[in-house]
Structures are given as C-alpha cells and as structure tokens.
Design a protein around this ligand. Structure first.
Ligand code: NAP
Length: 306
C-alpha cells in the first residue's frame, strides 16, 4: 500500500531531497503540494493544507519543509484534519514550542516524526555498533560549510537562534545518537556585526570523563568539512562527509547502501496510521544551552556576495 503524502513548503530541501525520495518510494506517493508560489509541479497545489485535503480526500500525511518558525499552526491544522505529520529539522524556533508538538499529536491520536536527517547518514549506525562496549575518551566535531553555497539568499537563516546552528544541529543530532546524555558546559558564539545569529560557534561539552568539543562555521571557503572523530581505548573512529563515510583507525569501513531521506521516509511510512510519536529534542536542547551559556563575540558584517 502506498500512502498519499503532501509536501508543505516547496523550497531548497523539498526540491533537493523530499521530492526525489518520494518519487523513488513504493510506500509513499506525492499527492499534493502546499505552497505560496508553486504552480505546475505534476501534483495538485493548494495554498493551505485544508484546501489540499479538500482536493485530495485520500491525503494521509504531510511533510513540513518550511523554515522552523511558524510551524505550530501548520501542525495544528494537519492534526485537526486527521493527518500524520513529519517535520524537517530543527523542529521549531525554540525548545518550549517544539516540546508541545508530541502532546498535540498524542491528543489528536496521530503519528508525529520530528526528523534529524543526519542521524540517518549511512555511517552513523555502524559507528554506534563499533562504539558499543568501548570506552570513549574524546570526541571532536568539525562542521564547517559556506552558508552562501548551501542557503543562497535565505534570510530566515539569520533569525535569532539559527545561523550556524542550522547545520550545527545536524552534528549534534549524530552526537546525541552516539553519546546520549551529552552535556554542554560552555560556548563561544561569533556574530556578524549586522546579524542576530552566529556565523561561527565553538562548543565545550562532556559526557562523564569524555571531553567533547565542536567547531561550527558557516563561513568556510574551499573544501567543506562535516566530520566527527571519536577516540576510544581501542582505536579511533571518524565519521566524514556528514556521517556518510566511516573510518576506523584510518581504514574505511563498509556502510549500508541508501540515503538519509530514504531512511527517514521509510521510518515515517512505518509510523503512518499507528499514532507513533518520535520527537527527540536532545540535539535542540544542546543548541538552546549554547545560546544560554555562550559568550558573544562580534566579527565583520556578513555579505551574501562576498
Ligand atoms: P527554503 O529554501 O527557504 O524553503 C522553505 C520554503 O518554505 C519556501 O520555499 C516557502 O515555500 C516556505 N515558507 C513558508 N514560510 C516561509 C517563510 N516565512 N520564509 C521562507 N520560506 C517560507 O528553506 P530550505 O533550505 O528548504 O529549509 C527548510 C527546512 O529544511 C529548514 O528547517 C532547514 O533547516 C531544513 N533543511 C535544509 C537543508 C538545506 O540544505 N537547505 C538541508 C536539510 C534540512 P512556498 O513558497 O512553497 O510556500
């Protein structure tokens, strides 16, 4: 059986990942798009979820691909229509807002999946298995990309609370899978002179005796880096390319085939119609802690065309 699902918000990630993944799925099919601008996309388009449900009565679920602000009204609307809901990361603009979503879905008896796509990278589960039974001594994370390349012209990315944490939370979603219970002890946040969100962040974290540090940048020219090094008493594992590749003591380890979004949608397909809720906020709490404890520094003004 293939479930009818709609995309809400037809932006970069919807086009890059969600539409191709749904096109390749035999368990879900694109039944419509809720969008302020979409026109001829090969599926019914409506301005609201309610209007789309009227056009497509068999609609079973929505996948929210809008920016994290203002998702509460969309989730409420979808749940009131009896739809199951999948949400792009990060789930909301603040932890207190995101915390309400599981209760809203439970009350409506619908499935809710607050996704963390990087957790589904091919190397993450093999890394978790390799770490099992070993003593972790030190973790270092380098998540450095160029915002101009990955978020061209997206002004919402500079809203308070986002900035470099838009990609940084991806690293934290892998970290909290591999090292649950990680605590944040300090942070330095570098804000462009003309922006309200950091362009760089250095985090100091720990789990028991394991020291964990992370360096995030949104201003990385040249090669982009998304890596995590995990030193144990029995060798060192390194996740590279956002968790897609795993190395143990510099030798590459075979990882499962498949894509992050393929695995996200496979999981959501399992959840549809069951009332299941997957709403882990642990990566997002570390982001909130970084803003709570972070020391601020000012750096030069940001320009998209630098
Ligand atoms: P985007 O290109 O700006 O697209 C977001 C879409 O949401 C817009 O095209 C618009 O679609 C709709 N929208 C509704 N309210 C909006 C508002 N106030 N401001 C801007 N757009 C609004 O953003 P994106 O890069 O796809 O990111 C969307 C979500 O996916 C974010 O939570 C982000 O963290 C996550 N994500 C992004 C990437 C990436 O590489 N860009 C990767 C993984 C995850 P309509 O015109 O169709 O209504």
């Amino acid at each position: 059986m293939s479930h009818a699902i709609a995309i809400v918000g037809l932006g970069k990630i919807a086009r890059d990942q969600h539409l191709p993944t749904l096109a390749a799925s035999d368990r879900l099919h694109l039944a419509g798009i809720v969008s302020g601008h979409a026109r001829d996309e090969g599926a019914p388009v409506a301005a609201t979820i309610t209007e789309l449900k009227r056009q497509v009565p068999e609609l079973a679920a929505v996948s929210l691909c809008t920016p994290p602000m203002a998702r509460t009204a969309l989730i409420k609307e979808a749940l009131a229509l009896g739809l199951d809901v999948m949400v792009e990361k990060p789930p909301a603009a603040s932890v207190s807002v995101a915390e309400r979503y599981a209760g809203m879905a439970r009350e409506a008896g619908r499935a809710l999946y607050l996704t963390w796509h990087s957790r589904e990278a091919s190397g993450v589960e093999p890394a978790a298995q390799w770490l099992s039974g070993k003593t972790l001594r030190r973790v270092s994370v380098a998540w450095k990309e160029d915002v101009r390349v990955w978020h061209p012209g997206q002004e919402w990315i500079w809203e308070p609370g986002i900035g470099v944490f838009d990609p940084g939370v991806n690293a934290l979603s892998i970290l909290t899978r591999l090292v649950p219970g990680t605590e944040l002890h300090g942070a330095t946040l570098k804000y462009p002179a003309d922006r309200e969100a950091p362009i760089m962040a250095d985090l100091t974290m720990a789990h028991g005796d394991t020291a964990i540090e992370a360096a995030f940048s949104f201003d990385q020219r040249g090669p982009q880096t998304w890596s995590m090094t995990l030193e144990t008493d029995e060798g060192t594992a390194e996740l590279r390319e956002g968790g897609g590749r795993l190395f143990v003591d510099d030798a590459e380890v075979a990882v499962p085939e498949g894509t992050e979004y393929g695995r996200l949608y496979a999981r959501f397909a399992d959840m549809i119609g069951t009332g299941a809720i997957d709403a882990d906020l642990s990566p997002f709490r570390l982001v909130a802690d970084a803003f709570m404890l972070g020391r601020h520094e000012r750096v030069g003004a940001f320009r998209w065309d630098d």
